[in-house]
Design a protein around this ligand. Sequence first.
Ligand SMILES: [Fe+2]
Length: 308
Amino acid sequence: MLENYPSNMTGEIVLGALAPHPPHLVYAENPEQNEAYAEGGWETLRWGYQRLARKLKTIDYDAMVVFTPHWQTYIGTHFLGLPHFKSKSVDPVFPNLFRFNYDLTVDVELAEAMHDEAANSGIITKMMRNPDFRVDYGTIVSCHLLNPSWDKPIVTISSNRNTHYYSAEVMNEQSAALGRACKKAIEESGKKVVLVSSHSLSHRHFTTEAPLPEDMSKEHIYNHSNYVWDMKLIEMMREGKMKQVVDILPEYTEQTIAETDAGAFTWMMSALEFPQYPAEIYGYQSVIGTGNLVASWDPNEQTRELVL
Ligand SMILES: [Fe+2]
């Protein structure tokens, strides 16, 4: 009986993942969907992703909800709103690395539920119903590395550019409100959902590329200051101080030009009610000088692990 009435059940967020999206990581994996060929590279991050992907295979979930910095909207927050998108995604900065043929499904019911709940709470929202819309590479890279079989539907949420239009403080408030609305919508949907915050940490990067992009003898963090900031954040994540992390995000974002400017991390932490338990750390490495962390927050004490 219950199976016929999923909306009567209580939905939940079963995992939150910090999933950076340098196209280099997909390039280095050589999946059949990507046209470029690599000799490897960035193994610390890719092996960390592979371990997190194996954990995800052990978790029962209905959909993955991704908040991405590379679908940038200036009027409101937008949600993917058609059941199927298929096209080629080309990274505008690294077309030499990433020309990915994607074919993905969307949980439109869940997208509409989050859209409606956000709208009811006063957030400006819109459903993306254009069949020719090209899904951004942030969504594709993070989803591919977390679930290479693409056997779960996704929902992508756009980044409303509050940091740049107003300030990082305004972004923190707005994305926390969006996180609360999405959490409520997920609970009322009866679905089990994985949240994905798709971005790097510190984001200063080199402006020239090595002749061989995967030449790991050329890869290092952009500067020591960014490294120290990233390590401070990771230490606080280990200690379960997520409210404090979000409180210092505006300063962190400004000091390290961090990709937390997009609001994804605050959104996810707000939806998870600012965890006071330790994050699972899967790997940290630089990509063209940026700081990237693969991590997750597992609300289930029975399955939460000390990974690294
Ligand atoms: Fe990015």
